[in-house]
Write a protein that binds this ligand. Structure first.
Ligand SMILES: Cc1cc2nc3c(=O)[nH]c(=O)nc-3n(C[C@H](O)[C@H](O)[C@H](O)COP(=O)(O)OP(=O)(O)OC[C@H]3O[C@@H](n4cnc5c(N)ncnc54)[C@H](O)[C@@H]3O)c2cc1C
Length: 398
């Protein structure tokens, strides 16, 4: 008879680890939560934009919301599309405060936090070995240890990632208006820029108030090159700026061949590559995954049957595989474009009511609806440079 110290040991007290710990503790399970850091949430590695669907998947206290946005200026090198929803489409949050809120919520509900690093595992025995040699034994080990997950590596997964860089910059309203080509200043819009040098990612400006923006990008380039791209972009666009802070991070690339479950181990969040391919956003998917993982972990413990855990990756694939595959196709299609092609595409979209269509069908979280509608209306055929038509057609099967 094996003796376990806890029902569940969660590795990583980021937003995902704290959320799954809270859900499991609500079900009456004993949960220990490990984090190698003592200052949870630092350093910031997030643009902090969450679609309003967040309200369906997790609690978001009002005092953590810094701003609300309802649209975007989408920039190519020489053109701008404006898309806008009737209501606020997304929240801009104080991500550090949010991570701390989620952790405190878990602790207040009985989760035990230990500030130690997990360095090794025995997933058949349920053992987590800490840096100081201490061993914690639990029925289930949940890996929420982010894009450099040691548990994911331990179970043999490959970990492909994009590098991501961000600046906190101050830009005057006058400069921002001139960059956007508008005469009225608004904090209700983000700016998104598609450039050949940022593909397969993009560049963003997220307004957080007081003329401050989180400006960032993710791409195949190194942090050093990305940092140069960001400052060059500001200069090229005549945006006078003051850099307040710099951040670096990683965005995992979802790999359907990786395991999310093995023996007593379960992965969630960045550790499992739960990231939207086109936007790099991870929190909404991961919070949904927390609900499903909680359900199956509880059932596996109650019935003492680890095979029940296999339902969790099946559920994730049922919910997201189709959308991810659309998004990966969009990303692959975009990667074929040069700056001139992107300009051509934007010019054609503007002429063919593309802004209206994107405003109506565009969604931060899912692109399949917009793609299907564009195909149905023949918009894809009208806006794409003709030499690309065959290649992109092959990707989407038309
Ligand atoms: C620049 C950038 C911008 C982004 N912008 C957005 C956005 O606007 N919206 C959005 O939804 N997503 C965004 N994301 C993605 C989002 O930040 C992640 O999906 C999210 O942080 C994942 O949470 P997590 O809890 O899985 O991992 P993390 O937040 O990485 O937390 C992992 C935790 O595990 C701990 N840990 C790691 N290893 C160990 C170990 N061995 N032992 C103990 N503890 C360990 C770490 O200290 C950390 O606290 C962005 C990412 C980047 C890089």
């Amino acid at each position: 008879m094996v003796n376990f110290d806890y029902d569940v040991c969660v590795v990583g007290a980021g937003p995902v680890g704290s959320t799954i710990s809270y859900y499991l503790s609500l079900e009456g399970l004993s949960v220990v939560l490990l984090d190698k850091k003592t200052k949870i949430g630092y350093p910031l590695q997030c643009a902090g934009i969450l679609s309003n669907h967040i309200n369906d998947v997790n609690e978001l206290p009002k005092d953590i919301i810094l701003n609300k946005v309802k649209g975007a200026f989408i920039h190519s090198p020489n053109h701008i599309l404006t898309v806008e929803k009737d209501d606020d489409a997304a929240y801009i949050i104080d991500r550090i405060a949010y991570d701390q809120f989620l952790l405190n919520r878990a602790i207040d509900n009985g989760v035990k936090l230990i500030n130690k690093k997990a360095v090794d595992f025995d997933i058949d025995e349920g053992s987590v070995i800490l840096k100081n040699g201490e061993i914690i034994k639990s029925k289930i080990i949940v890996g929420c240890d982010g894009p450099n997950s040691v548990l994911s590596k331990y179970i043999g997964n490959t970990q492909d990632r994009f590098q991501a860089s961000q600046l906190l910059v101050k830009i005057s309203p006058e400069d921002m208006m001139s960059y956007r080509g508008v005469s009225e200043y608004s904090m209700d819009f983000v700016d998104v820029c598609l450039l050949e040098e940022t593909l397969p990612g993009f560049l963003w400006f997220i307004p957080i108030g007081n003329d401050l923006y989180r400006m960032g990008m993710f791409s195949n380039e190194s942090h050093k090159v990305q940092s140069e791209i960001l400052t060059d972009y500001l200069k090229k666009n005549n945006l006078k700026f003051e850099i307040i802070e710099k951040y670096k991070g990683f965005i995992p690339i979802f790999n359907k061949n990786n395991d999310m479950v093995k023996s007593r181990a379960v992965l969630i969040g960045d550790a499992a590559g739960h990231i939207k391919p086109t936007s790099g956003g991870g929190l909404l998917i991961a919070f949904n995954a927390c609900k499903w993982a909680c359900e199956y972990i509880l059932e596996a413990i109650e019935k003492d049957d680890l095979t029940i855990l296999e339902k969790y990756p099946d559920k994730i694939m049922d919910e997201y595989q189709k959308e991810f595959s659309y998004q990966i196709k969009v990303q692959n299609a975009l990667c074929m474009l040069t700056d001139d092609d992107i300009d051509y595409l934007f010019m054609k979209l503007k002429k063919n009511d593309g802004e209206k269509l994107i405003s109506e069908y565009g969604d931060m979280d899912t692109q399949s609806l917009l793609i299907k509608e564009s195909l149905k209306r023949g918009l894809v055929f009208k806006v794409m440079p003709s030499f690309l038509f065959k290649k992109v057609g092959k990707l989407f099967g038309f």
